[in-house]
Ligand binder design. Structure first.
Ligand code: HMH
Length: 207
């Protein structure tokens, strides 16, 4: 078995489309998303990123030293991202001390249990999570105010390059992994796709 990230995308186009193309993003692009929907996403995504940062730290702890540079750069970017989320929430007078909704809680639990799995699986999950946002926010094209800043955060070319580097690291780990572990990586990729779709849906149906 020789699984890599591109094979995963190629084998599961439907799952990946549902993860990255959603009315939430289309309505940001059109400027018709409701503030209540957008604010729900913002607060819940902050809660998500807190747990995603812990996942990045566990990924670092499992990684070979040659992979540290890119993961450490990712952690530094997450430090800025968490502060940026706090600034955006404060501008909008949103309370970040909000309980996670079920879709957010399930995603966070999923990330937590990844630490019991081999590095190749964690690296594949990390790439797929970042890649989902990169594609999701980039595909609709330029967004109007106030959403352009959000689209640019995950859609900009620097972030796109970072996702490519994560893909290389995941591919390297997968190329060294046994078939059974490659299968775990595929299951995990499908798990990410489902949770991404559910996360958009959660924010979209917020009132
Ligand atoms: C739900 N997936 C979700 N939120 C994010 N911020 C990312 C991926 C990218 O970090």
């Amino acid at each position: 078995m020789s699984l890599n990230c591109q094979t995963l995308l190629h084998n599961h186009p439907q799952a990946w489309q549902s993860a990255t193309i959603h009315p939430f993003l289309e309505q940001c692009k059109l400027g018709t998303i409701l503030p209540s929907q957008f604010n729900t996403w913002l607060v819940q995504d902050y809660l998500f990123v807190v747990e995603f940062t812990r996942m990045a730290a566990r990924l670092l702890a499992s990684a070979p030293a040659q992979h540290f540079d890119i993961i450490l750069a990712g952690l530094a970017a997450l430090k800025d991202e968490l502060n940026w989320f706090r600034a955006k929430a404060s501008e909008r007078q949103l309370n970040l001390a909000t309980p996670p909704q079920p879709a957010c809680r399930q995603y966070c639990q999923f990330m937590e249990q990844l630490s019991t799995l081999p590095y190749a699986v964690q690296a594949t999950a990390f790439w797929s999570i970042e890649s989902a946002y990169n594609q999701g926010w980039r595909l609709p094209g330029p967004m109007p105010e106030p959403y352009c800043e959000f689209a640019d955060r995950w859609g900009n070319s620097g972030f796109t390059e970072y996702v490519q580097l994560l893909e290389q690291q995941a591919d390297e780990a997968l190329s060294l992994a046994e078939d059974r572990i490659q299968e775990q990586a595929e299951t995990t990729f499908l798990g990410v796709a489902k949770l991404e779709q559910a996360f958009w849906q959660m924010a979209f149906t917020a009132v």
